[in-house]
Design a protein. Structure first.
Length: 81
């Protein structure tokens, strides 16, 4: 679904009902802004298409480890380490 959103003088977006979510992840991508809705119960919603044998704890540990690795890599690229 595509749409053009209006930005007011204070920089706020007005989203049509079909785009609304309680929370979103905003990712700056150059001159774009990518908005990804965060579902109230993401694990429940993903059960039908995300198959894994790992526990939620193991998945969280893996995600945190990858996030740390990526943060260090990004800091090195920008000369911050």
């Amino acid at each position: 679904m595509l749409g053009v959103l209006k930005v007011d003088s204070r920089g706020r977006l007005t989203l049509p009902k079909e785009f609304r979510a309680e929370r979103v992840i905003a990712i700056p991508a150059g001159s774009f802004l990518v908005l990804i809705p965060v579902l109230a119960k993401p694990r429940e919603a993903a059960k039908s298409w995300l198959k894994t044998r790992r526990s939620a704890k193991k998945l969280r540990e893996f995600a945190e480890k990858e996030a740390r690795r990526e943060a260090v890599e990004r800091a090195r690229r920008h000369g911050q380490l």
